[in-house]
Design a binder for this molecule. Sequence first.
Ligand code: URA
Length: 261
Amino acid sequence: MGIAADIADDWHAALAALAWQVEAGADETIGDAPVNRYDLATEAPKQAARPVAATPAEQVGSDPFEVARRAAERAQTLDDLRAAITAFDLCELKKGARNTVFADGNPKARVLILGEAPGADEDREGRPFVGRAGQLMDKMFEAIGLSRTSPDAETALYITNVLPWRPPGNRDPEPAEIAMMRPFVERHIALVDPAVIVVMGNTPLDALTGTRGILRARGNWSQALGKPLLPMTHPAYLLRNPSAKREAWADLLSLQARLRG
Ligand code: URA
């Protein structure tokens, strides 16, 4: 037999061997480089990565608060938490939202600002407090030397919301929505571990203290999750009621004094 016939025989033999392996259930090809199986045997068996986010199957028919609580508990880092929130399917608001708005600013900041929920601008951009109210808020905090863009923990802000999805037509969040997302909010604050929490408006005040009445509560320091908490009126309220800016300024000075103290 000539060389051409040998090659043809090899080719047919290889094809037949492959067909036999496929029939026998082989479903993977092997690499070109040889593998020393003795070396592999000495390697520690790899731990299967523990999924942080609840799978859709784990969520169906479950109590939303419980699913959120378990998913939040598993999150060991802010990236884990972002993934867990993004995978959470039991809040109806998610269906109408363009983006999951997680947070902005410096995670090392001493001051964490907790808002209510994204509006249209935030939903579009995927970042909290970027619309008119957010721009006013940036100016207010810059007036006491704090900024979300500061790389220095002493002068930085970290900003997030109770709800990561925009409520349709900017309606107020419902109590059930606040309650189901609370485990994520609590975990978020625990992971950032700020020195001080500032809540902007009734929704975050309610989420962290179970009380409402921001106009009475503003400026009065209390405690939540083991941290000093300062309630302030929401910047959207200040846009509608400019005369309330005086009190907001007093609250900012109180925050500044607390941080210096
Ligand atoms: N209002 C909020 O409470 N949060 C935002 O991110 C934007 C507006």
